[in-house]
Ligand binder design. Structure first.
Ligand code: ZN
Length: 494
């Protein structure tokens, strides 16, 4: 595109980084930030007037599941690499980190090549991967080095979920190998035995409704698993990043280990900051929308998570975007029945026979919810506008800290000269009522339906190219690039 070659200057905006806010112009050359300053001269450059707008590094969402075949039913998340990254761009996110989860018949590197090919033809923004450490054997331990060399410097460890979880002895061997290669463990911390026991006990007495879902994922099980992974990691002296922290009890555990010198960081999702378990007490066809793990918890947990974000115990706000349409959530389809195209059109997909009895029992509902598009606006409205977060903290937890944590800084997450010109021009006065019908996520519901937020991205640039302007998508499928991430992202530990 011409815009990759033409200089572009963004004038009169309020620049916001993780450390300061200052009025300045910003000059983009060859897709990179070239200079910042007042009254920059740029003869022949295209100009954008950003008066009244915040100019920030593009959002980075390090926890998304696009085109993801989940669980033994292999129900595929409803956003593919095109629809999901288009939605991300509309919401001000310019980099995503997704997952590679190898099947038993694939090596990790084979699974990576498949994911890379899926993304390469479709993604409209830049992307990277975490590798799921889903088995511990000679083959997988021997592959860690090539995976890290391929640019995947973080590994997901599941402490729960049949088929992908590791037992403690496996976790120790995995951590040992990650330490050798300077890679970061990203941990789904829940007590597997407790989930299985409670599920069986509830099912045995006929508790099949979705309202039982949070009862089998107690906060105590999340706190116990967090305590255990941090105990193991402390023995090996390796940092840990805890995925989607949902409960005050988990924060207490993290605080205790951090006070003892163990490097631990964590991420939180908007749904766990803003929604509560009361939403499960509705008819199943509505309550299925909120089936996710960890589940929604109490208002007291919401408040504790905000507090942890303010104090920096939690450093990243991510989405765990894993959308399924209501037909999928209710067990009527394995794949989405429609596909929203970037030009606003909708493609209707093949009919499918129902794959199970429905409504599904709570433990059969595909887990996850959409959120890739609403992260920045929700956090701005409920974080910045309420005074819980400063503007710099907002940029820190939605972009800069994520880039640092996962080895993308300063190429991403900064406004430094030389960084990629991934930028959000954010209109702090623009009010939007959230609705699945106007969002671009490939899903027929949003957990935030009808919520009104003030503050919205009005222009989004990726490597200097304007990809969203006033709600219109201007990018093209496949323009996103794979980002190799540096190992030893741990050097950035706080
Ligand atoms: Zn996830």
């Amino acid at each position: 595109m011409a815009s990759e070659h033409l200089d572009l200057v963004i004038r009169n905006g309020l620049l916001v980084t993780a450390s300061e806010t200052f009025p300045a112009d910003l000059l983009i050359r060859a897709g990179k930030i070239h200079a910042l300053g007042r009254g920059i001269r740029a003869d022949g450059a295209a100009e954008i007037d950003a008066r009244g707008l915040l100019v920030m590094p593009g959002g980075i969402d390090s926890h998304v599941h696009l085109q993801y075949p989940q669980g033994r039913h292999r129900v595929v998340s409803s956003d593919d690499w095109l629809t999901g990254t288009v939605a991300a761009a509309h919401g001000g996110t310019t980099t995503v980190i997704d997952f590679v989860e190898a099947r038993p018949d694939q090596t990790w590197m084979q699974a990576f090549e498949v994911r890379l090919a899926e993304a390469a033809s479709q993604a409209v923004i830049d992307y990277a991967f975490h590798m799921a450490f889903n088995r511990v054997d000679e083959r997988s331990l021997g592959e860690v080095q090539s995976v890290v060399e391929a640019g995947i410097s973080s590994f997901k460890i599941y402490m729960a979920y049949e088929g992908i979880r590791l037992e403690d002895d496996g976790i120790l061997r995995a951590l040992e190998q990650l330490k050798v290669h300077g890679a970061l463990p990203l941990v789904h911390a829940e007590n597997h035995a407790l989930i299985r026991y409670l599920t069986q006990r509830h099912r045995a007495v006929g508790h099949t409704q979705v309202r039982w879902h949070p009862h089998v994922h107690p906060a105590a099980g999340e706190a116990e698993a967090t305590y255990r992974i941090l105990t193991l990691a402390a023995q090996l002296d390796i940092p840990v990043h805890i995925a989607h922290v949902s409960a005050a009890q988990v924060l207490d555990v993290m605080r205790m280990f951090r006070a003892n010198g163990q490097p631990v960081s964590g991420e939180v999702c908007p749904q766990h900051l803003l929604l509560t378990e009361a939403l499960y007490d509705q008819p199943d066809e509505v309550a299925v929308r909120y089936v996710m793990a960890p589940p929604l918890r109490s208002a007291a947990d919401n408040a504790a998570l905000w507090q942890a974000l303010q104090e920096g115990l939690l450093d990243c706000v991510v989405t765990d975007h894993c959308p399924f349409t209501l037909a999928q959530k209710q067990g009527r389809r394995r794949t989405a029945e429609f596909r929203r195209l970037p030009d606003g059109g909708v493609q209707t997909m093949e009919p499918e026979a129902p794959w199970a009895e429905h409504p599904l029992a709570f433990d059969q509902v595909p887990g996850g919810a959409p959120g890739i598009e609403t992260r920045l606006p929700l956090l701005y409205h409920y974080g910045v506008r309420t005074g819980r977060l400063s503007l710099t903290q907002f940029v820190e937890c939605t972009s800069t800290a994520v880039a640092r944590r996962f080895g993308l800084y300063p190429r991403k997450g900064s406004l430094m000269p030389g960084a990629d010109a991934d930028l959000v021009l954010f209109d702090p006065g623009h009010t939007v009522t959230l609705s699945a019908t106007t969002l671009h996520q490939n899903c027929d519901y949003t957990p935030f339906e009808g919520w009104t937020v003030t503050g919205w991205p009005c222009m989004v640039l990726s490597r200097g190219e304007i990809i969203v302007r006033d709600g219109q998508f201007l990018g093209r499928p496949g323009r996103g690039e794979y980002l190799k991430r540096a190992p030893d992202a741990l050097a950035a530990r706080s």
